[in-house]
Write a protein that binds this ligand. Structure first.
Ligand SMILES: O=c1ccn([C@@H]2O[C@H](COP(=O)(O)O)[C@@H](O)[C@H]2O)c(=O)[nH]1
Length: 224
């Protein structure tokens, strides 16, 4: 297996995103572009980052009525992303239509429960049970809808993997030992996530916020 780390280039600054991507290129397997970057630079920005030559993960977390999400998916097909995210809580029809609208070679994965949320937050939103319950419930629905996999934390990925043997599991919320949590609540180390069955490890600030992103990416690679 190649390097499973996708570095999250969470910045609205295109030059900075290119600089970080070039600096970590030898120590990561792909580049993740999220809302912050896409809202600032759109398709043009994606084309610029594609020039670096690594697979692109568009983390847009689409969540709307089925027709709108399908049309949004069609609009990004031209970018040929390796991975795209939608919210699994958008429901089965939304997920089915998103997958049907995507390029055949793009993996469409459903976000189950954001890694910034814990059980207390779930209660306030009105979700029943624990993060494990929520991930299991939405992983089942995503599988029924024909998605390629899900996004969950490293705490739930082993259970999800058992129930979905050939699923594709994207795990963010990763922190090397002693790393700052920031807004993340359900975190594990990159090594734990990999050992628990993650297919892709999403890592942002522990690399991009380091004084030397290249050294940080290299150090993480060395733990895998
Ligand atoms: O549940 C989720 C889904 C997506 N993300 C994204 O991953 C990165 C994590 O960044 P860090 O700086 O390593 O915390 C970020 O782009 C999120 O939008 C997530 O964290 N949790």
């Amino acid at each position: 297996m190649g390097n499973p780390v996708f570095v999250a280039l969470d910045t609205p600054n295109l030059d900075r995103a290119i600089e970080i991507a070039k600096s970590v290129k030898g120590h990561v397997g792909g580049l993740k572009l999220g809302l912050e970057f896409f809202c600032a630079h759109g398709h043009h920005g994606v084309h610029e980052i594609q020039k670096i030559g690594l697979p692109i993960f568009l983390d847009l977390k689409l969540h709307d009525i089925p027709n709108t999400v399908a049309k949004a998916m069609q609009a990004i097909n031209v970018l040929e992303p390796a991975i795209v995210t939608i919210h699994a809580s958008g429901g089965r029809a939304m997920m089915e239509d998103a997958k049907a609208a995507a390029n055949g070679h793009t993996k469409v994965v459903g976000v189950t429960l954001l890694t910034s949320l814990d059980e207390r937050d779930m209660g306030k939103i009105g979700y029943a049970g624990s993060p494990h319950d929520q991930v299991e419930r939405l992983a089942g629905l995503a599988q029924e809808a024909g998605l390629d996999g899900i996004v969950c934390s490293g705490n739930e990925v082993a259970t999800a993997h058992k129930a979905w043997k050939d699923g594709f599991f994207v795990v963010p919320g990763l922190r090397p030992k002693g790393g700052k949590m920031g807004d993340q609540k359900r975190t594990v180390t990159p090594r734990q996530a990999r050992d628990n069955g993650a297919s892709v490890l999403v890592i942002g600030r522990p690399i991009t916020g380091a004084d030397d992103p290249n050294a940080a990416a290299r150090a993480i690679e060395g733990t895998l």
